[in-house]
Design a binder for this molecule. Sequence first.
Ligand SMILES: *[C@@H]1O[C@H](CO)[C@@H](O)[C@H](O)[C@H]1NC(C)=O
Ligand SMILES: *[C@@H]1O[C@H](CO)[C@@H](O)[C@H](O)[C@H]1NC(C)=O
Ligand SMILES: *[C@@H]1O[C@H](CO)[C@@H](O)[C@H](O)[C@H]1NC(C)=O
Ligand SMILES: *[C@@H]1O[C@H](CO)[C@@H](O)[C@H](O)[C@H]1NC(C)=O
Ligand SMILES: *[C@@H]1O[C@H](CO)[C@@H](O)[C@H](O)[C@H]1NC(C)=O
Ligand SMILES: *[C@@H]1O[C@H](CO)[C@@H](O)[C@H](O)[C@H]1NC(C)=O
Length: 231
Amino acid sequence: MKAGCSQLRPVVLIIILNLCFYPSYQLTELQICKLCHGLIQNDTAVGQFCVKSAGRTDGRCCLRNDNTTEPERIIGLDLSNCSLTHVEELQGASTTLMIDLSLNPIVNISDTAFQGFIQLNYVILPGELVCPGGNTSWQRVEVEKGNRLCEGQKNMCNQTGQLSLDCPENSLCTPYGPGFFECICADNHHGYKCLRAGEFPALQVFGPLGASTVVISFVLWVTQRRKAKSL
Ligand SMILES: *[C@@H]1O[C@H](CO)[C@@H](O)[C@H](O)[C@H]1NC(C)=O
Ligand SMILES: *[C@@H]1O[C@H](CO)[C@@H](O)[C@H](O)[C@H]1NC(C)=O
Ligand SMILES: *[C@@H]1O[C@H](CO)[C@@H](O)[C@H](O)[C@H]1NC(C)=O
Ligand SMILES: *[C@@H]1O[C@H](CO)[C@@H](O)[C@H](O)[C@H]1NC(C)=O
Ligand SMILES: *[C@@H]1O[C@H](CO)[C@@H](O)[C@H](O)[C@H]1NC(C)=O
Ligand SMILES: *[C@@H]1O[C@H](CO)[C@@H](O)[C@H](O)[C@H]1NC(C)=O
């Protein structure tokens, strides 16, 4: 996988980068815990959650081991009061249940910052920011003491009256973080819209933000490759 990446077109590369470097998440986990100075305080939301959840704090992370055969994972992340202006990737933190980004002069949160954060259930943001994925991605959205609280991530596969969230035939919809869902090809189907049957690795289509990009990139890649071949 790693070697193959460098041969792909840049557009595709950006999207696939995450997958290529997936194994390095273990290394980056510690970096995110040390991104901000200091330790989680026990009187903060994440601190109290960590005590209640019997977690261990490391820098600004609350870690817990739920499965002795797996490494410890991040269940809480407190990045409050850390002078953050942009939030792009929170690598290694996708297992977290809670994130506190309050008291930061944030001007921009990337649309995909919380993609894949399936278990994220509580987000604290500066009051002027919108919850990840918008109001419709959360059960409760409120402003309290100048902070915006986003509580209870909604399952995007179980929404009505919104964007058409239909996955292609032969695929199953699964949640993929606030505002995201993923269509996973059913057994023995693969390729564009899971239309081909056979034993190939499943193509995952991300949506709604990711879906069009993936498809367009793929089309670009195919056409470019054809051009290259015909030269
Ligand atoms: C928080 O930590 C301080 C000392 O580190 C301790 O005195 C205090 O009792 C703790 N509070 C809670 C609610 O655990
Ligand atoms: C622990 O992780 C292993 C490997 O991922 C998995 O097969 C097993 O079911 C997990 N056990 C529990 C209790 O979650
Ligand atoms: C934010 O951090 C600064 C130090 O960097 C500290 O002096 C200040 O008390 C902190 N504010 C809050 C509300 O924790
Ligand atoms: C936020 O980031 C996006 C791309 O990540 C960019 O297009 C947009 O202009 C940025 N907005 C601000 C206010 O910086
Ligand atoms: C989202 O919810 C908040 C709090 O209920 C509200 O103030 C805000 O206007 C809503 N935003 C949108 C775009 O609906
Ligand atoms: C789907 O949504 C309905 C109504 O909002 C809710 O009652 C139900 O529990 C949801 N199911 C799942 C699996 O989230």
